[in-house]
Every structure is written in C-alpha cells, then in structure tokens.
Design a protein around this ligand. Structure first.
Ligand SMILES: Nc1nc2c(c(=O)[nH]1)N[C@H]1C(S)=C(S)[C@@H](COP(=O)(O)OP(=O)(O)OC[C@H]3O[C@@H](n4cnc5c(=O)[nH]c(N)nc54)[C@H](O)[C@@H]3O)O[C@H]1N2
Ligand SMILES: Nc1nc2c(c(=O)[nH]1)N[C@H]1C(S)=C(S)[C@@H](COP(=O)(O)OP(=O)(O)OC[C@H]3O[C@@H](n4cnc5c(=O)[nH]c(N)nc54)[C@H](O)[C@@H]3O)O[C@H]1N2
Ligand SMILES: [Mo]
Length: 769
C-alpha cells in the first residue's frame, strides 16, 4: 500500500511516499516552482545504516575513564532506555548538586529539524532550564560577529535577520548592486524552518532582468550564477575592508560623499573621515594603498566608487565575510559606505546583509509571526558567545571578554547536545577534541552516528521528523506546513521530548516539562497561538483541523507591485523615527564600542591585517587560502549519508576546488586525491578544477562527516574531507567573538598512498553489555 504524507525540512516542503512502513520516495510540494534536489536524499538518510538503533554508553565511561579521557576511540555498550534514563537522572542531579547548574553546558547550538515543536535544542533547554539551569550560548555561527556589532551601529539586527529591503524595491529603483561574496544560488535552497516556495533565485534574476547591474566582488566567479550576467571583481579573501576604505577615500577626495546625510543621520563621521584620510594614523586609505592588499587594480577601485556615487546603489555582503578574522570590520565599513552615499532608506537602496545567504532573503513578505515553542528560562543566567566552546572547556575560572562583558568561565562537568553538531560546525576540531576531554559526562541525542555521537559518553537515539507529527514554519516564509508522521520510530528511537520527559519524571518535574500536553495537544496549542497572533495582523488562518487535513496554510502574498525599503522612516524623519542606537543615528563612530577599549575592534571601522591571509608570513609555508563554504549537496552535516551528497564526492571524498593554475603548479588533475594540511590538521579531498577560482584560493564545502583515520586520535588524518580539522579557532574580535573559519591557510599535495576507507557512515564498534 502506498501512502502520501505531507512533510517538511529546512531544504523544502515535500510529500513523503510511504510503502510498507518505509519512506521510498518524495514528491515536491505542489506550489514550489524550484523544489531543488536536496529532498531526494530524504529516503536514504531516514533508513541509513548510520541510524542509531538504541541507547548506548561508551565502555570507557562505564569503567570510569571520564574526565581527562579523549573520546571517540572506545566501543559502545548497548543499554536499555530504562537504564539510560535512570543513569541520566542520577548524573544530572549529582553534577548539579556537586558543581552547580553552570557546570552543565547545554548551549546545544545547531539547526536541528524544521519541526517547531519537536525542536531538539529548544526542548533540551526547556528541560535543563526547568531542572535548575545550565550554561548556555548566545548568537549563531552564521553571523555572530554581525549580531554583536550591528545593534551598536544601526540599532537593530533586522538588517541581517529581519525584514530587509526587498527585491521588488531593488529591481525598481537600484541600478547598481555590489555583492561582496556574490549571491550564491545554492544557499537559497535552505531556510531554517523550511519554505513553501523557493523564490530567492527567481527574484534575483528578475532584478538583473530589470536592469540592476550586479557586481560580484568575490574570490570565486561562481558566487553568482551565469544567468545574472554579473561583473566579477576578483578579491583576495579577507581584504574587503581595505577595498571599502579605499572606495571611501575616492568618494571623499572627489567630494562625492553625501555631507547632508552624514550630518543629519550619522554620528562619528569626523573620526572615520580622519582615519580614511590618514589624519589619525598617518596612512591614507587610498586606492594605491588598497591595491596591493586586495589585489584589485587602482582603476577598478576608483571606478567602483564613482559608479556607486553616480547611480542608485544597493550594497550587500554574504554572511561569510564576517566569519573571518575581524569579521566585524567589513560589515561596519559597508554600512559606512552606504551612509557616505546617502543611500540608506532611499527606495531600493542602502545596505543589507545576506541576499545570497539564505532562502527567503529579500522575498517580499507581510509581517507574520512563525509557529514556535515556548521560550526558555535559564535560572543559571550564564551564556557564552556561541563559538567560544573550546575556550569554555579550556579556561575554567578565567575571564572571557565579549561585547563589553567580562564572563567568568565556569568549570564544565557535563555537556549535553541535542540537534546540533560541534564536530561539524566548530573550528579546529583537533583542539576541540582535546578540550572535550575536560567533561565528566557527555550526552548526545541524535538520529545518526555523526562525529558528535561518536564523541559522546551516553548516546540517545532520536527519531527523525518522519517518525513524528510536527509543524514547520519560518518567519522568512508565508507558508506553514503540517508534518505528518510517515513511519514508526526506527529501531528504539524516541522523540527528543519523550526521552527528556522521562528523565524529568525521574527528577520529579515531568508535568512542568510537558505542561501535561501530549504531541497532539501541543501541536493544537502552538498552532492556536500562532493563529491568534496572525488574526491580530489581519490574516485569518484556518482552524487546526482544516490546516492538518489540507497539509499547509498559505498566507496571501503581498499585493502585486508592493515593495519595501528598510529605514525609509528613519530617512524621512531622523528625529521622529530615530534608530535604536545611543545617538539615534547611524554610528560611524561608536562611543560604546570605543569605551570597551578593544584594539581588535576600536570605535570606528578599521583595516586590520587578518591573522591568517595570503599577506601573512605563514603563507610562505601554507600558500593557499582555504574558504569553507556552505554545501550545495547538503545542509551542513545533515543529508551527508544520502545520494545527493554522495554524487558530489570524488572517490567518496569531499571535493576541494582549485584554480587551474594551482592545480597545474602541483601537477594535479581533476579527480586526484590530495592531502590538505596545515599546522593544525589534515584531511583528504578530491581535486575539482574550477575556472573562476582565484589563484591562491582553495575552497571546500563544510559538512563531510569528520572521519579520523584513527578514531580517538585528535591528530589523525580526516579521511573524508572535513575542513574544520584545518580552520583556526579564534574569535573574530573581543566584540563579536564569532567564528573565523574563513581565515585559514593550507597546503595541498597529491595523496599517493593507498586510499583509507571512509567508515563514518557505518556504526562505530560495539561490545556486548
Ligand atoms: N569551516 C566552517 N565551519 C562552519 C561554517 C563555515 O562556513 N565554515 N558555517 C557555520 C554555520 S553558519 C553553521 S549554521 C553551522 C551549522 O552547524 P550545525 O547546525 O550544528 O550543523 P548540522 O549538521 O545541521 O547539525 C544539526 C544536527 O542535528 C541533528 N538532528 C536533526 N534533527 C534532529 C532531531 O530531531 N533530534 C536530534 N536530537 N537531532 C537532530 C542532525 O542529525 C545534525 O547532526 O556550521 C558552522 N561551521
Ligand atoms: N545548500 C545549502 N544552503 C545553505 C546552507 C547549507 O548548508 N546548504 N547553510 C545555510 C546557513 S546556516 C548559512 S549561515 C548560510 C551562509 O551563507 P554565506 O555565508 O553567504 O555562504 P558561504 O557559502 O559560506 O559563502 C558565500 C561565498 O562567500 C565568498 N567569500 C568567502 N570569503 C570571502 C571574503 O573574504 N571576501 C569575499 N568578498 N567573499 C568571500 C565565498 O566565495 C563563498 O562562496 O547558508 C545557508 N544556506
Ligand atoms: Mo549558519
């Protein structure tokens, strides 16, 4: 018998085809004009050999090898759910009693699933919060530096995550759009919480067709698709701030800056101007100064600046630019350039971040909330900046500076992760693995034997979304999707909420955790709350029963021709509609930031040489700048066991993109296997030669599951191709403390030895109880 079940994922809505209790196929969601291919991997991953079939405990943990012990090498021992539940209740209570709530790290960063009720991290944090608290984390790997910076400068993060100037306004009014890091087409296939229609690509194509001249300023020409007809300015990675400062210098020296706007809408222009002209530090930021840094000819820099001043201009940068050393600076300087052009708040002009970074960006939309689970109260009240997890473990009792705060790092005894994967997302995995040994007990809830599950002491098998009912929703999208359970839980997998409810039960707070609702009651409750909120905004959503039976709700699109420009109100009336900054204006100099006294992020945008870049001394030994970008064939580490990711690999290894010049210089051909290495680590990769890759730059997608040749050895070669064995783990600055993965130098050499097998898609070794 064949059944069709409405469902959703971060990579799109679909219908699951179910035969005899197995997901055998998917059908794209009817209204989606560009469903993409990622959904095709769903049946493979749901039934993958790497699914965790039952609870396990690491043998070394049972035998007392806990704090100080490197994880990842011991076999696992199967245990019953009852036993796992009892042990976890006891262990949580013991650690809280002996070491306090902050000794439990439950930051649990990660994308988890699109379903908003069974959202693993949210449920884990409710469980830990209601149980007495934990150490948490703030901000996202995606844009941590920007999240810290932009509220100081623009008074909001809307310019990053909220309702930005839309493509309708850009197409109609802008004539030039500078895209730092391009507008990567593959990034739009994904949105947190899913999307009903993938409109991101079509809308940017419409803008190009309407006559907006797009300029892709990036180390890789392919960061805009050929169809957009974009011009390409090839830039050395990590040097965008130098280019922007030199463009600013051109504007000032030609008298083209908008002095009126700078006077009425901005504060701090005199300080920034003095820096641009070199009055404050003796170095004028001229095109002659920037050309050797950026490797962009002086004439091109001048022309870019003057073109911006001559026509209506929109500025944008990919989020990747701030996941780099001093990643705050290009963002601040891009805002400054938009201010100098007087473009902020002019129809279809100004600045916003991420038009090429995620589905839904720039798509015209009404203000509607998303369906979501209740928020978290954390009585411990302690949170670290998300990407400082290794330091958290390495430096107990020491102070971490962050955005004006001084955080005393707690002594972590227990780590609990659900719905994220630090052994995917974190930088310098060898260093993380050493720091990881600091914990006594590490708990991981996962559907799959990911690198993280292998680094755990207690492994709890979670269902995938197809094994439970849920609702998918994103505030970037006007659809809400019913996710019907399609198959029974696989093996002994359980829903995250249910496993946590049982542990809460053993600790005496089940009812506070569940609020005495089961799955069905929660879904009705969350949908009902959303429906009421929509009603207040003028959208009458159907009753739950109808939504569930029909499989989705579609809020009406914006009226045809309607457009939105961010900051239009502020532009029109800077006194009446001030920004939420101390001055109410755009802060080109921030007294607040200056008062922190950070030399790595002073009071106005500055050029700082990245710690790792092609201009650094280390480039003699490691002459390639490695960018690790978001994968076209997966979502991070998710879907890696599926057919789409497999088809993209070379002899099972993650491709490394090289310029024809760099490949030739090393005698490498398409499809060769290479060792990619630096002083931090090494991995294998398969050579893919890319026209349009800047010589000196290499690129590897993130997300191939970390697969050390010797499990448990932090210095082992990753045989699969995870770039995070190579990246540096340094905060962007003391302001943002964001990840700086894009600042990374490597060398590449042919791998002539026998090819070690990739084993990470099979379960790890197990021993009987
Ligand atoms: N080098 C480098 N590293 C990077 C980046 C980069 O550009 N370069 N980018 C960074 C960015 S922007 C991000 S957002 C991060 C992404 O990092 P993560 O969000 O941590 O990556 P995912 O692989 O999506 O991890 C989600 C995990 O949740 C699990 N999961 C899914 N559904 C469920 C569920 O229902 N229950 C439970 N318990 N688990 C579930 C999945 O199996 C998966 O292992 O990576 C960062 N890392
Ligand atoms: N298919 C798919 N889409 C995704 C994701 C996924 O895993 N898969 N992940 C989603 C997530 S969580 C996020 S945060 C977003 C991330 O969105 P982004 O951060 O925008 O994505 P990236 O692919 O890392 O980077 C885009 C491009 O920036 C360029 N770039 C890198 N460094 C520099 C630099 O120094 N200067 C300039 N000018 N350009 C540079 C690179 O050439 C790269 O191709 O993607 C989202 N979309
Ligand atoms: Mo991200």
């Amino acid at each position: 018998m064949t059944e069709i079940k409405p469902h959703a994922s971060h990579w799109g809505y679909f219908d699951a085809v179910v035969e005899n209790g197995r997901v055998t196929g998917v059908r794209p969601f009817g209204p989606d004009p560009f469903p993409g291919s990622l959904i095709e991997a769903v049946p493979d991953v749901v039934h993958a050999p790497s699914r965790i079939d039952r609870p396990y405990i690491r043998r070394g943990w049972i035998e007392g090898r806990r704090r100080g012990h490197l994880r990842g090498g011991d076999p696992f021992v199967p245990v019953s759910w009852d036993e796992a539940t009892r042990i976890l209740a006891e262990e949580t209570a013991r650690i809280r009693a002996e070491h306090g709530a902050t000794s439990i790290f439950g930051g649990s960063y990660g994308w988890s699933s699109a379903g908003r009720y069974h959202h693993a991290k949210t449920q884990l944090q409710r469980f830990l919060g209601l149980g007495g608290g934990f150490t948490s984390s703030v901000h996202a790997y995606s844009y941590a530096a920007a999240q810290a910076l932009l509220p100081h400068v623009l008074g909001t993060n809307e310019v990053l995550l909220g309702r930005t100037t839309d493509w309708m306004a850009i197409a109609r009014h802008a004539r030039l759009m500078l895209c730092f890091g391009g507008l990567a087409a593959k990034n739009g296939m994904v949105a947190s919480g899913g999307q009903g229609r993938h409109e991101y690509g079509p809308l940017m194509r419409q803008a190009a067709a309407a006559g907006v001249r797009l300029v892709n300023i990036s180390p890789f020409r392919g960061d805009t698709e050929a169809e957009l007809g974009a011009e390409w300015v090839s830039i050395r990675p990590g040097t965008d701030t130098a280019l922007l400062l030199a463009m600013a210098h051109v504007l000032v020296s030609e008298g083209r800056e908008d002095r009126g706007f700078l006077a009425t809408h901005c504060t701090g222009w005199p300080q920034l101007r003095a820096y641009i002209l070199g009055e404050s530090d003796g170095q004028a930021k001229t095109p002659d100064w920037a050309a050797p840094i950026t490797d962009i000819p002086v004439e091109v820099i001048r022309r870019l600046a003057l073109d911006c001043a001559a026509q209506p201009t929109m500025l944008t940068a990919a989020w990747s630019l701030q996941r780099a050393d001093y990643g705050e600076q290009p963002y601040w300087m891009l805002v400054a350039l938009a201010a100098m052009l007087g473009a902020i708040g002019k129809p279809g002009q100004g600045v916003a971040f991420g038009y090429g970074s995620i589905g839904g960006m720039g798509v015209p939309r009404r203000e509607l909330p998303a369906v979501s689970s209740p928020g978290i109260r954390n009585p411990a009240g302690l949170a670290i900046p998300v990407a400082r997890v290794t330091e958290l473990l390495e430096r107990p009792g020491e102070v971490l500076e962050f955005n004006g705060q001084r955080i005393t790092l707690p002594d972590i005894r227990m780590i609990w992760w659900a719905g994220g994967n630090p052994f995917h997302h974190h930088q310098d995995l060898p260093r993380l693995q050493r720091a990881w040994a600091r914990a006594e007990t590490i708990v991981v809830q996962e559907p799959w034997w990911t690198a993280l599950a292998r680094q755990a002491d207690i492994v709890l098998p979670a269902t995938t979304t197809l094994e439970r009912n849920d609702i998918a929703s994103s505030n970037r999208d006007r659809f809400v999707r019913a996710m019907h359970q399609a198959i029974p839980p696989q093996g002994q997998a359980r829903n995250d909420t249910d496993m946590l409810a049982d542990i809460a039960d053993a600790l005496g707070y089940r009812d506070r955790f569940t609020e005495q609702r089961d799955e069905g009651a929660w879904l009705r409750h969350l949908y009902g709350q959303w429906r009421v909120a929509c009603g207040r905004l003028g959208f009458e959503a159907p009753e739950f029963e109808r939504f569930w039976a029909e499989g989705h709700v579609e809020a009406p699109p914006v009226a045809p021709g309607e457009e939105y420009t961010q900051f239009a109100d502020f532009r029109a009336d800077p006194e009446g509609e001030p920004l939420n900054t101390p001055s109410g204006k755009v802060e080109l100099f921030s007294e607040t930031i200056a008062s922190f006294g950070y030399d790595d992020c002073p009071g106005h945008p500055v050029w700082r040489e990245p710690r790792e870049w092609l201009g650094a001394p280390a480039a003699a030994e490691y002459p390639l700048h490695l960018l690790s970008f978001q994968p076209a064939t997966r979502l991070h580490g998710q879907l890696d066991p599926g057919r789409v990711a497999a088809a993209g690999k070379i002899q099972g290894r993650e491709p490394i993109h090289l310029s024809p010049e760099d490949a030739a210089a090393r005698g490498l051909r398409e499809g060769d296997i290479v060792r990619v290495f630096n002083a931090r680590g090494a991995c294998l990769g398969g050579v893919r030669i890319k026209e349009g890759m800047r010589p000196g730059v290499a690129a590897m997608a993130t997300g191939a599951w970390y697969d050390p040749q010797v499990p448990g050895d932090p210095d082992a070669l990753c045989v699969h191709g995870n770039p995070n064995v190579l990246t540096a783990d340094v905060g962007t600055s003391r302001l943002g403390q964001g990840p700086s993965a894009q600042s990374c130098l490597v060398q590449v050499e042919r791998w002539d030895g026998p090819l070690p097998p990739v084993t990470v898609h099979q379960p790890p070794p197990m021993v009987p109880a």
